[in-house]
Design a protein around this ligand. Structure first.
Ligand SMILES: [Fe+2]
Length: 312
C-alpha cells in the first residue's frame, strides 16, 4: 500500500495480516476460481499464490495435496522495531516450528486452536486509509452504464480479512489480542468476534465464528465500488460459480458484500466500504444481538453459509 508509516505510539502489535494459507484437493480448480474472481493467481506446480494488480505482495497461498481443504497457517507482519518484543511473547507462549509449506522467517507459535501463526518484520501491507473512493460521478448528459459485454473485468485491490471457525471464540480473541496486539472491534456474544490491528486498520483483519472445529470460512477482498461487487458476482455466476450470498450490507463493519462459494464449500467475499479504525482512534467494541447484527439488507442467508467443511 506504500505511503507514510502509520503508527500508534502506545500500542505493541502487528500492523497487517500478511498472508493466509490453506491446502486444497486440486490446484487447477483453485486457479480458475481465483483468477475469475479478480486476483492474480500465480501458479507454480501444485502451489498457487494470490496477489492483486496493485502490488507484488502475495496475500494467500494454496497448496494442493489431494485431500479436503484445510487451513494451514496465518502470517502477521509487524514494524521492524516491534518484532523482538512481539517475538518474546511467542517465546512465552511456546515457540513452534515453521509450517512446512511456509518460509522459515520470523517466529512461530500456535494459536488457541493449535493453528500455526507466523510473525515477520515487514512493510505494512494493510491499507493506510479507508477503502478507495468510488469513481467520479458520470457527467450529466452521458450514459453511465457500460454494455453487458463491455463491462470491465473486476480486479480486487487487496486482502481485507479472513474469518476462521473456532470452537472457542473467546480463547482465540484472548490469544490474538494478548500475543499479537490485535484489538476487539465488535462481537456477538460468544458466537462471533471481529479484530482490528492497532496501527490504522480496517474494522477487521481477522474474525472468528463459533463451530465445532477450526477451519477457514472466507477470505475477503476489497474492490473499488459497490458496482464492482455486482460485476464480480455476475462474472462468477457466468463462469459457473453461482452459489453464494449477496448482494447485501453487513451491520458489523458496515461493508457491502457478495460471497462466492469456492469449490470446497468455503467463500471468497467481494467487499466495499468496511469501517476503518485510524491509528489515533479508540474503537469502542459493541456486543450485538445476533438476530439484529448479521446484515442490514440482502437476500436470505443460504442454509449452508455457516457450515464448516473442514474435518477434524
Ligand atoms: Fe467478511
Amino acid at each position: 500500500m506504500g505511503g507514510p508509516i502509520i503508527r500508534r505510539k502506545d500500542a505493541l502489535g502487528v500492523h497487517s495480516l500478511d498472508r493466509f494459507a490453506f491446502t486444497v484437493p486440486d490446484i487447477a480448480l483453485a486457479e480458475g476460481f481465483y483468477r475469475t474472481f479478480g486476483l492474480c493467481a500465480l501458479r507454480d506446480g501444485t502451489r498457487l499464490d494470490l496477489a492483486t494488480d496493485a502490488s507484488p505482495h502475495r496475500w494467500g497461498t494454496l497448496v494442493a495435496n489431494g485431500r479436503p481443504k484445510k487451513l494451514s497457517y496465518l502470517s502477521f507482519a509487524a514494524y521492524d522495531d516491534d518484532f523482538d518484543r512481539l517475538a518474546a511473547r511467542f517465546a512465552v507462549r511456546g515457540r513452534a516450528d515453521a509450517h512446512p509449506l511456509a518460509d522459515s522467517r520470523g517466529a512461530w507459535t500456535r494459536d488457541a486452536d493449535g493453528t500455526l501463526v507466523q510473525l515477520v518484520a515487514g512493510p505494512k501491507v494493510s491499507p493506510a486509509a479507508p477503502t478507495p473512493a468510488p469513481a467520479a460521478a458520470p457527467r450529466l448528459g452521458k450514459a453511465a452504464a457500460p454494455s453487458r459485454s463491455g463491462a470491465p473485468r473486476v480486479r480486487a485491490c487487496y486482502l481485507s480479512h479472513v474469518l476462521l471457525f473456532t470452537p472457542d471464540v473467546q480463547a482465540q480473541v484472548d490469544f490474538y489480542t494478548q500475543t499479537l496486539g490485535l484489538r476487539l472491534s465488535d462481537r456477538s456474544g460468544d458466537l462471533i468476534a471481529f479484530l482490528h490491528a492497532p496501527h490504522g486498520s480496517e474494522h477487521h483483519v481477522l474474525a472468528f465464528a463459533k463451530s465445532e472445529r477450526p477451519g477457514l470460512h472466507h477470505s475477503s477482498w476489497v474492490v473499488p465500488s459497490i458496482d464492482d461487487i455486482g460485476l464480480g458476482a455476475e462474472r462468477m455466476r457466468d463462469a459457473g460459480y453461482s452459489k453464494g450470498w449477496g448482494l447485501g450490507r453487513h451491520v458489523i463493519g458496515s461493508n457491502y458484500f457478495h460471497y462466492v462459494q469456492d469449490p470446497w464449500g468455503s467463500f471468497a467475499e467481494y467487499s466495499f466500504g468496511l469501517d476503518y479504525v485510524p491509528a489515533e482512534v479508540d474503537w469502542v467494541p459493541g456486543d450485538h444481538a445476533p438476530q439484529d447484527s448479521f446484515y442490514v439488507w440482502g437476500p436470505p442467508v443460504p442454509d449452508d453459509f455457516v457450515v464448516n467443511h473442514e474435518g477434524p
